[in-house]
Design a protein around this ligand. Structure first.
Ligand code: SAM
Length: 247
């Protein structure tokens, strides 16, 4: 159990991801690319037919739903009650969703656990990152593999757009991005439904060496690293993603 439930609910990642505005801002996410990534990843992992997959921090379940359409038995888990409620509309016998904090160990064991699209590095306390890695590790079955798909911090910092306005569904999202104290911040201000909002995404600038250190501490074996959704080689300065496969 996560003991600090009350303080968790005050955290940016508990509130922002649970609002409808988060989903509006990011509604143009590339679904085709996400699906190709899942094709490549499941092919690379050579998962058995009907493998049990946990999509950890699944959001509204875009990867879970697609993985299930490939025949896998999928559980999507996320902290956001609203996202899980929406994803659950797609549930079936082999696709389920649940509200779950990634720091907690799951009841079941999985053949694969995926943590996708920079769904890591949100916690103030480093111990929580370690806790998450350990929880993933102990929720894998003996032959299972896990994947964390994180941003490549060096690429993101080099290509940071400090300010922009994005208009989606008639909402002007004023976005500021900056790096401070080893975190990448994104401030999002907008007026919607007659109210002013201000949210701040704050993600730890974790590089490969940081993950390697944490993984070693968690007793995890890092097997492979890729730099994009086509699973091509990772290059520190050029790759868009840092995709780690471990067991
Ligand atoms: C960047 S979104 C990615 C969502 C999804 N993987 C996708 O690709 O669309 C990060 C997700 O992490 C979830 N999240 C944040 N903190 C969490 C936690 N402690 N445990 C589980 N999920 C969490 C958020 O609710 C959000 O859905």
């Amino acid at each position: 159990m996560i003991e600090n439930t009350e303080s968790t609910s005050n955290k940016w990642f508990a509130s922002w991801f649970d609002t409808p505005y988060y989903h509006i801002l990011y509604k143009d996410r590339d679904y085709t690319e996400a699906q190709h990534f899942m094709d490549s990843l499941t092919g690379y992992l050579n998962l058995p037919e009907e493998a049990r997959i946990l999509d950890l921090a699944c959001g509204k379940g875009r990867h879970s739903i697609y993985l299930n359409s490939l025949g896998y038995n999928v559980t999507g888990a996320d902290l956001s009650e609203n996202s899980i409620a929406e994803a659950s509309e797609f549930s079936n016998e082999t696709l389920g969703f649940k509200v779950h904090d990634m720091r907690e160990v799951c009841e079941n064991k999985y053949d694969a656990i995926f943590n996708l699209f920079t769904s890591f590095g949100y916690f103030d306390d480093d111990a929580d990152n370690l806790k998450t890695l350990k929880a993933i590790h102990s929720s894998l079955n003996e032959t299972g593999f896990a994947c964390i798909d994180f941003m490549n911090v060096d690429y993101v910092i080099d290509n940071l757009v400090p300010e922009e306005i994005k208009t989606v569904e008639n909402i002007d999202f004023h976005i500021k991005r900056y790096v401070k104290e080893n975190h990448i911040y994104k401030e999002i201000k907008f007026n919607a439904d007659g109210e002013d909002f201000h949210f701040t995404e704050k993600v730890q600038a974790l590089r490969l060496a940081d993950f390697e250190k944490m993984m070693e501490e968690a007793g995890i074996y890092l097997l492979d690293i890729f730099g994009n959704y086509k699973l091509q080689k990772f290059f520190k300065s050029q790759s868009e993603r840092l995709i780690m496969i471990f067991k």
